[in-house]
Design a protein around this ligand. Structure first.
Ligand code: BGC
Length: 555
């Protein structure tokens, strides 16, 4: 909890663990992670020392985009459990001191959602169709209404048949064709989502991640983007974008904030909003809107001193003027895992891709950098998101082509690997069926040797990733210099490939991005090092250390 801050502001410096539920723990031996599995591992999360979990969508869904295609936001998909079990999970998490954040998907529904099914059965111009973006095609109806492209690649429009079987209108889907975009001008759509928030808040949920937060409102008239003929996926970068970050979207979030604030213990929101324009991004976290935004700039940055420092400075500068804290995110279920990305010569993040096309991966190097990245990230002021498995140092798994299922893989005809490699079920034990993930197999194949990094292998081994994370999280709670109110102050670094900063009182962090050791540039006691061995008076190659500058800390 923040120093001086009220318990309501827990989100200001919380460490939030992302549970990708289908890959966390399988409690009923169907090879898919579920609520029962998650409940059985609350002790693990408590011992890790996280403040909250963010659970990716567990709602009813045909799962064409792994649950980000919701057919009923008020029901739990039977493969994960039930609303009753969800309630028990929330109670048990709270008893363990862990808050629960769910994932709401307001930009689109599944094409199996009763609203969309009704829209398909109804005539053009009907109220049922007005909840989505239906339009007649161009060129006599045969071409899509405009040139928009999907974020997953390919056209953002699909044509439906009329009741007589003839080709009819087209509907908009900024993601997969199974994810039709909702029309947020519709009062019914607004009321429905407010009701969904109230439903889950009523069950004790502490907050929501807002999926694709800037996407909801589209410019009237849906004008062309002007794509070239060979463009494949949506360009999300341009200013004054017709389907992204429209000013009107903020009205929606102000309404949501009023709902969140209406509870005795106010609830929180974290936006998924990867906007390049930092001033525009700050608008999402104004005091009467969403509380925080996932920091994709930090996640995308290359592992170099320059690039990380710029990402850190920019991130803090963005949210400070509106009074919101920064979040720090190294990875999630949409991108390559940190070990893999940092194992490349070019460690920037590229959207939606992974694999050899980006150059070879040196996993050993990736691991050393990822351990340093953990220490850097957990030393920054603000809230931190940990993607499940990063605390084990997992790399992306090489998922065989036949097992890949990400719509990015499917829609690109296998040209883009997509995100499955980062979604492979966790190893809990060194051997056995699915390495302890469940009593049987795993829905995405785990590679040979996956168990070498299992939880039970790492537990108690002080040289392991897991114990590094546990120690860092324990210190983060303990050290006054790591409380949210304590600002970061850069210090002179001995070399260009080194970052040095302090946070009062008495905390220092040094990160060596280079291949040669560097003498510790601050006077103090080394509390924690990312490297397992090495001299205590130097920061090892690709290593990071935490220091007690006052000699006050008893570890
Ligand atoms: C989620 C993705 C999902 C997409 C569409 C993203 O922000 O993180 O996993 O495919 O939204 O809902």
């Amino acid at each position: 909890m923040s120093d001086g801050a009220s318990p309501e502001a827990w989100w200001r410096d919380a460490v939030i663990y992302q549970v990708y539920i289908q890959s966390f723990a399988d409690g009923n031996a169907d090879c898919i992670g579920d609520i029962a599995g998650l409940r059985s591992r609350i002790g693990y999360l408590a011992e890790l020392g996280v403040d909250a979990v963010w659970i990716t969508p567990w709602f009813d869904s045909p799962l064409r985009d792994e649950g980000y295609d919701v057919s009923d936001h008020r029901a739990v998909h039977p493969r994960y459990g039930s609303v009753e079990e969800a309630k028990d999970l929330i109670t048990e998490c709270h008893a363990a001191g862990i808050r629960v954040v769910l994932d709401i998907v307001p930009n689109h529904t599944s094409s199996d959602h009763p609203w969309f099914v009704a829209a398909l059965r109804s005539a053009p111009g009907s109220p049922e169709r007005s909840r989505y973006h239906f339009r007649p095609g161009r060129d006599g109806g045969d071409s899509p209404p405009n040139d928009w492209l999907s974020v997953f690649g390919g056209p953002a429009w699909t044509q439906v048949d009329d009741s007589d079987g003839n080709p009819g209108e087209w509907y908009l889907h900024l993601f997969d064709a199974s994810q039709p975009d909702l029309h947020w001008d519709s009062p019914e759509v607004r009321r429905e989502f407010e009701g969904i928030l109230q439903f889950w808040f009523g069950l004790g949920v502490d907050g929501f991640r807002v999926d694709a937060a800037p996407a909801l409102v589209k410019v009237p008239g849906l004008p062309d983007m002007g794509y070239s003929k060979d463009a494949f996926r949506a360009d999300l970068t341009r200013a004054d974008h017709p389907h992204r970050d429209r000013d009107e979207v903020h009205e929606i979030y102000r309404d949501w904030r009023r709902i969140a604030d209406s509870y005795d213990v106010p609830r929180m929101f974290v936006a998924e909003a990867g906007l390049d324009d930092v001033a525009r991004l700050a608008r999402y976290v104004r005091p009467d809107e969403l509380h925080t935004t996932l920091n994709l700039r930090y996640l995308e940055s290359a592992w170099t001193a320059d690039s990380m420092r710029t990402a850190i400075d920019t991130s803090i500068a963005v949210t400070a003027p509106v009074g919101a804290p920064t979040t720090w995110v190294l990875s999630n279920h949409d991108v390559e895992r940190v070990v893999t990305r940092y194992g490349r010569a070019d460690s920037r993040r590229y959207p939606g891709v992974s694999g050899p096309d980006l150059g070879p991966v040196d996993e050993e190097l990736g691991r050393r950098r990822a351990r340093s990245a953990a220490l850097l990230t957990l030393a920054l002021p603000g809230s931190v998101y940990i993607y499940q498995g990063d605390e084990l140092g997992l790399a992306d798994a090489d998922v065989p082509a036949r097992a890949r299922r990400d719509p990015i893989w499917i829609r690109s005809g296998g040209l883009r690997l997509g995100r499955d490699g980062a979604r492979v079920p966790l190893p809990w034990t060194p051997a056995g069926a699915s390495y302890g993930f469940g009593r049987d197999g795993a829905w995405l194949p785990q590679p040979d040797g996956w168990g070498d990094q299992a939880v039970s292998v790492q537990e108690g081994d002080m040289s392991s990733f897991l114990e590094l994370y546990r120690t860092a999280l324990r210190l983060r709670r303990l050290l006054p210099g790591l409380r949210v109110a304590s600002k970061l102050r850069w210090r002179d670094a001995p070399r260009d490939d080194v970052l040095v900063f302090t946070r009062a009182p008495g905390f220092g962090c040094v990160v060596n991005f280079g291949p040669t050791p560097v003498p510790v540039p601050l006077a103090g006691l080394v509390l924690l090092s990312s490297a397992v061995t090495g001299a205590r008076d130097e920061v090892p190659p690709y290593g990071a250390i935490w220091l007690d500058l006052d000699g006050q800390t008893t570890v």
